[in-house]
Design a protein around this ligand. Structure first.
Ligand SMILES: NC(=O)c1ccc[n+]([C@@H]2O[C@H](COP(=O)([O-])OP(=O)(O)OC[C@H]3O[C@@H](n4cnc5c(N)ncnc54)[C@H](O)[C@@H]3O)[C@@H](O)[C@H]2O)c1
Length: 341
């Protein structure tokens, strides 16, 4: 691998702006080499003044013609799997926005191509790069809380979507579901990271409280059991803001507990006074881009590859199943390339 990663951006819409900012903050290890989007104005806007960035209408042409080490996929959800597979087949590493893909069959195809080609597929799970999350993970791994019993995560906000502005997100065929597989993906991967284990079963209640024009849910409450005994709770919504004081994440273990609003972290070990740490704000997507490039340059495994991404998807699909059947749903996993269990 070279000392700088040449990235081709696929999809130049809303979130791509933060990704480009991520490249520009990491010019020591990243070159923004090309961008592909059928909407030329979007590609031009993301390229900005830098005319050395090549523009393509079709990402398949970009993959074939541009000189790249990796692609960064910022597409609507139904296009993720196809783009990941096309890039991997061409030997390019992949950074992919959430969700990794929409179905377990797509997940199996991604696992198969990853195993066969050996490319790195990193899930763009940006909230893992918040300093509060990194510190929480360090404390858990140091054993500060002993055995962990419960983890809670929240990602709720009053979303101003209208039927006109909602676009592909309004339809299950292009989004894969509703809010839970979109914004709700963040608190599910955060839960998994803090639980530090494999999800096994799920029960969920989905609601459409306010955004009645969308096909899927606008809110979800999800309970997840992990194979180390941790029970996780996710609350996520586009219908409403979380109540004041609601944690972004919290955890309870045998020796103490912690809670974070995302900017500060407070923990209390039994018999001791609480400790609060405040962190500087970071550009979490720039930190994510930096991690991706560093992993490729140094040959390290990213924090979350497609392996974790598939387990997060498994929780979300099990939540949909649980809501439909009004019962606990097992989490499907990919144990070996292309085998869904
Ligand atoms: N991490 C976060 O906080 C965050 C926030 C928003 C969105 N996202 C994720 O980013 C992804 C994109 O979301 P968005 O809000 O930017 O969507 P968007 O609708 O704003 O942008 C999608 C872009 O993809 C382009 N596109 C469509 N088909 C294409 C194709 N075949 N080839 C190339 N480009 C194509 C569109 O023209 C558009 O420019 C989704 O996976 C979404 O869940 C993540």
């Amino acid at each position: 691998m070279t000392d700088k990663i040449r990235i081709g951006l696929i999809g130049a819409g809303g979130i791509a702006g933060a990704h480009v900012e991520g490249y520009l903050r990491n010019t020591d290890k990243v070159v923004f080499a090309a961008v592909a989007d059928p909407v030329r104005a979007n590609a031009e806007a993301r390229r900005g003044e830098d005319t050395s960035v090549q523009i393509f209408d079709d990402y398949r042409t970009m993959i074939a013609e541009a000189e790249l080490d990796a692609v960064d996929i910022c597409l609507p959800h139904h296009l993720h799997a196809e783009a990941i597979i096309a890039a991997a087949e061409a030997g390019l590493h992949v950074l992919c926005e959430k969700p990794l893909c929409m179905t377990m069959d797509e997940a199996a195809a991604i696992a198969e191509v990853a195993d066969r080609t050996g490319v790195t597929i990193m899930c763009a799970h940006n909230q893992l790069f918040l300093p509060t999350v990194a510190e929480a993970k360090r404390l858990i791994e140091d054993g500060a809380f002993g055995r962990v019993y419960e983890v809670r995560t929240t990602d709720s906000f009053h979303n101003g979507f209208t039927p006109e502005s909602m676009g592909w997100r309004a339809h299950a065929s292009t989004a894969g579901g509703g809010e839970l597989i979109d914004t709700g993906y963040h608190p599910v991967y955060l839960l998994q990271h803090l639980a530090g284990a494999v999800p096994t079963e799920v029960t969920a209640m989905l609601s459409r409280h306010r955004l009645e024009f969308m096909e899927g849910e606008d809110s979800a409450q999800v309970l997840v059991r992990y194979d180390n005994g941790v029970v996780g709770v996710v609350t996520t919504s586009w219908a409403y803001d979380a109540a004041p004081g609601t944690e972004k994440f919290s955890l309870v273990g045998e020796l103490g507990s912690m809670s974070s609003d995302g900017v500060t972290l407070t923990y209390r070990l039994r018999g001791q006074d609480p400790v609060t740490i405040s962190f500087e704000g970071v550009h979490d997507i720039a930190a994510e881009v930096s991690h991706f490039a560093e992993c490729l340059i140094e040959g390290k495994r990213p924090l979350h590859t497609h392996v974790e991404g598939i387990d997060v998807l498994g929780v979300i699909l099990a939540a949909y199943e649980s809501d439909r059947t009004r019962a606990f749903a097992p989490v499907q996993r990919i144990t070996a390339a292309s085998a869904v269990v």
